[in-house]
Design a protein. Sequence first.
Length: 139
Amino acid sequence: MANAAVHAAANAARRTVLLVEDSAGDILLILQALADNRRDVLLKIAVDGEQALQMLSDPDFQPAFIILDLNIPKIPGNIVLERRRSAGTPIIVFSSCGDEGEIARALRLGAREYVQKPADLDAYSEVVRGMFEKWAAPA
């Protein structure tokens, strides 16, 4: 029983982050970047917009921030942004799209930041590390 209490306290101290991403490759790269940088976060993953909105509808689920790809199945990322605009949880768009119109639209819809996915693996890891340093800092 004591182990369960210690485990629960350790999980409570960890920052929860929701990753909304359908690409297994990108999920693995983000997990690797977190491991390389020893980030103590609990990463919850939604593979489409519908799953993300379902997870976010649970009042007990309060992630520190959300990493959102725009090009996801079922409900596109921009719709997720529209529906979560006033929820208060920071949403960081992490997308391969560098189109200025898409960036402006995401920011207008409530994204706190728009980060373009780098093609270079070292740069990718560095960008992920930076997002987590900025947005998952202890409260």
